[in-house]
Design a protein around this ligand. Structure first.
Ligand code: DX5
Ligand code: ZN
Length: 216
């Protein structure tokens, strides 16, 4: 079954705990960490993740859009993240980092910006629990879905199947009722949705609808 991870980037940051609880039925809560260096935007860091993990029963899926993830990612596991995603473009030693995240007890995940191909990372896939194919340029919520990423999602699914891996394939950016079916058809199984969930009148229903469409 498809997993739906609402992104709190589109939530009201002054009411984070309530907003986290407002998406009952979601599989994970997607937490976008931005440092204004790797991406041109600044969001939140470790203290907020610690508070969020105490405030919600939903596990946290932390997406680190930061430089030096080798140094910071393990600290997000300690802060309570159940899954930590670092960017391939930023990691100095992705294999060592993935192993460290796993050793600390979280799921290890790696993200690829739109212009980063998956093929050079084929041999690393067994070290990961999830691969994130970005479907917008990272940095902001509410951007239009990049259709040109569909072939990459498809090729990534083929690599996962070829090696018989359990790896989850996540997509993030512009995922909505009008794009989720194409992502699912291409082989994604974990869907991040920010504006499509928090911009909806009923976020719980939005999660349900997205899941139904992905599973169709
Ligand atoms: C963008 C973030 C996304 C963002 C998605 O850089 O990584 O997680 O919150 O927002 P939507 O779903 O509105 O495109
Ligand atoms: Zn994200």
């Amino acid at each position: 079954m498809a997993q739906i991870n609402p992104s709190i980037l589109s939530a009201d940051f002054a009411r984070l705990a309530e907003e986290a609880k407002a998406v009952r039925g979601a599989d994970w809560l997607h937490v976008d960490v931005m440092d204004n260096h790797f991406v041109p935007n600044l969001t939140l860091g470790i203290p907020v993740v610690e508070s969020l993990s105490r405030a919600t029963g939903t596990p946290l899926d932390c997406h680190l859009m930061i430089e030096s993830p080798d140094r910071w990612a393990p600290q997000y596991v300690e802060a309570g993240a159940g899954s930590v995603t670092f960017h391939a473009e930023a990691a100095a030693a992705p294999v060592r980092l993935a192993r460290e995240i796993r050793a600390k007890g979280a799921r290890a995940s790696m993200a690829l910006k739109p212009a980063t191909p998956v093929e050079p990372y084929e041999d690393l896939l067994p070290e990961l629990d999830m691969l994130l194919v970005m479907t917008v340029e990272p940095g902001f919520g509410g951007q239009a879905f990049l259709d040109i990423m569909l072939p990459k999602i498809r090729r990534t699914r083929e690599l996962i199947n070829k090696h018989g891996l359990e790896l989850w394939l996540q997509v993030d950016g512009g995922v909505s009722e009008s794009t989720i079916e194409r992502c699912a058809e291409a082989g994604a199984d974990v869907f991040v949705a920010g504006s499509a969930v928090y911009g909806a009148e009923d976020p719980v229903q939005a999660v349900r609808t997205l899941r139904e469409q992905a599973d169709r």
